[in-house]
Write a protein that binds this ligand. Structure first.
Ligand code: OAD
Length: 249
């Protein structure tokens, strides 16, 4: 149930920043990381999402990423992704920031997405830095090698212990600083620096709303926690703005 206060704030908002996490893709069938059936319950991040692990055992790491790529190829964006793509058209200054690497926001039609943790559909050579040709990659069995220099190719995702792309994070931080409303959707908000963005927004005076199936580490300081499915709540929020737009038109 969306409060009257939030409805009013949403209608007035001229700038909005949204941070998404694995929960928004869960309804599409992409597993989350933590929680009961989370990936990190079954797999060890230190063996799969870490540069040293990749150098030690690139076969294993590529097996894991190929499995996830196949999984993502076979799912569709959900109602939450679609709602955010629509929201981008309604709010004058809108920034979508995601921790997800699954490309589902783009597939749902979002035009501008700040990818904090990279994108599983891209890869690059660790020796010469050139982007890998994804078609070549998809035809390759086992560990892909750079077509230019023969170096090891890795997925273009951020692993534990690695820095986030500097420009992308700066832009996300800027958006968190100037937004009127900050939505934090489907993330456990425990992985930094992404998890610091809602606090940045709060300190700068934004109205911070969390959308999650359960309370999280940030629930104690947000202005509202909307507990439920992203795929149900986000279309409701967008509906409020659509109604407003239709009234004006
Ligand atoms: P988590 O798996 O930590 O958290 C997912 C959150 O989504 C939990 O808080 C769930 O309660 C919530 N959730 C699940 N289904 C939902 C639904 N249908 N609607 C709303 N909420 C739902 O995933 P992240 O917070 O995204 O990093 O994880 C952050 C980072 O940790 C990931 O980007 C990844 C991982 O290690 C890297 O790979 C660098």
């Amino acid at each position: 149930m969306v409060s009257h206060r939030l409805k009013h704030i949403l209608r007035q908002a001229s700038s909005m920043c949204v941070l998404t996490g694995a929960g928004i893709s869960a309804e599409s069938g992409v597993p989350t990381f933590r929680g009961k059936d989370g990936l990190w319950k079954k797999f060890k991040p230190e063996e799969l999402a870490n540069f040293d692990a990749f150098i030690r055992n690139p076969e294993l790491v590529w097996e894991w990423y190929s499995y996830r790529k196949r999984l993502i190829d076979n799912v569709r964006p959900g109602a939450g992704h679609t709602a955010l793509a629509e929201l981008e058209r309604f709010v004058p200054r809108f920034t979508l920031v995601t921790q997800n690497v699954d490309n589902l926001h783009q597939r749902a039609g979002s035009k501008r997405v700040l990818e904090l943790h990279g994108n599983i559909e891209r890869s690059y050579c660790i020796a010469c830095g050139s982007d890998a040709n994804e078609e070549h990659l998809n035809r390759t069995e086992g560990v892909p090698r750079c077509e230019r220099c023969g170096g090891l190719v890795r997925p273009a995702v951020v692993w534990f212990g690695e820095l986030l792309p500097h420009d992308v994070f700066n832009e996300a931080e800027e958006a968190a600083r100037w937004c009127d409303v900050f939505l934090c959707v489907g993330t456990s908000a425990v992985v930094y620096p992404a998890a610091a963005l809602p606090a940045t927004a709060k300190h700068a005076g934004a109205y911070v709303v969390e959308v999650n199936m359960e309370r999280t580490d940030i629930s104690h300081y947000v202005d509202e926690s909307l507990i439920g499915l992203a795929g149900t709540i986000l279309p409701e929020l967008v509906g409020i703005l659509r109604e407003e737009k239709e009234k004006i038109a």
